[in-house]
Design a protein around this ligand. Sequence first.
Ligand code: PLP
Length: 452
Amino acid sequence: MTTPLSNSLHIADISTTLHPYTDARKHEKQGPIVIDRGEGIHVYDSNGKKYIEALSGLWSVAVGFNEQRLCDAAMAQMQKLPYYHTFAHKSHEPSIRLAEKLVEMTPEHLTRVFYTSSGSEANDTVVKMVWFYNNALGRPEKKKFLAREKAYHGITVASGSLTGLPYNHKHFDLPAIPVVHLTCPHFYRFGQDGETEAEFTQRLLAEAEETILREGPETIAAFIGEPVMGAGGVMVPPEGYWPGIEALCRKYDILLVSDEVINGFGRLGTTFGCEKMGFKPDILVTSKQLTSSYMPLAAIVFSEAVYDVIADNTHAIGTFGHGYTATGHPVATAVGLENLKIIEERDLIGNAARLSGPFQEGLRKYADHPLVGEVRGTGLIAALEMVADKETKRPFDPVGKLGGKAFEIGHEEGLICRNLGDTLALCPPLIITEDDAAEIVRIMGVILDRTL
Ligand code: PLP
């Protein structure tokens, strides 16, 4: 039943707002689902309907949707110092304490922190840091990025260029910075006939090296990748891929950037994705679960070696002329610190590691479903890819229609997932219990059966 509040919000929304990733004309006809409140792993819409938020919002609400401690932390900081900046030698306690915490939590060699408000801004900042770094080292030609097809690194002009999804490039005139996209390390989709997973890995590493040599190592500044790819369809790279990429970066003096905007803070059952995938980045990008997205915040954590080059050369080539009004925002960093304390105190990373088995194995049983081509994932992130032909892996035509249908059936069944084309992505809050995991698995079965 539609309530008067829901009705008035509906009308106001369709007559005022352009929504991200939304078919605008369709939206004018069908209107919004207005999410009104949250509790634990659930959200409620303005008609009072309850949903399991099985994507944690946008892969981000680790601690659930009504964590009082985060509200208290925000309120206390608002009352004490609601805003101050961190430009030109200014600082404040929450940004300092969170930086200390991030240095403590990230791999040992990462010792310096720069804040932004979103993952996109963070990756734009990484591009500029890497360029500044190479200018400082007197190698102005070393500016290109290596990224992967199907990667998602954000949507601003530079981060959107690193993203490897045609949808984000087409009609936006991207890429607008020098970037070469390599093959996506997803064996199911990009492995060739008769090729083993190990051969696939070697082919991709050979492709990366050939690309570096063809472009000239003196022109390649950095390699950026998500340890486990998220918004492109949840792709876990094969064993040996990341150590191989790391070795190439070291061989050709290329900075290695781990984009952990989704993977960071326990999503894969380890604190960071690079730990699980077995590599050491020079720069690690975090956001989303950093504050459970209660406040917009991202943090780039990087090595002392990168810092030293920037620090030593700021006088020679000018100060590091980059920063945002909200860089290190006191309320956002206070909430981030409290959120990381909760993640530690409640052992939510351990919870993700423990529930990975039941969650992933539960979903794997749908591999036999007539619609499902592949079930994949690790930790508490997973995806079910639906295909028209299980044998040939032929996708549905048009791609996304069936995914959209499944997504809507999910809403009817009280579960919010995300359809990335015809791939259904799941990324539940880290607080889920074994019963919650089983319930998500059960509802996914219902969604698949009803989509058929
Ligand atoms: N990097 C990764 C890996 C992401 O998944 C995202 C967003 O989903 C971003 C960067 C961009 O973050 P934001 O949406 O906060 O700009």
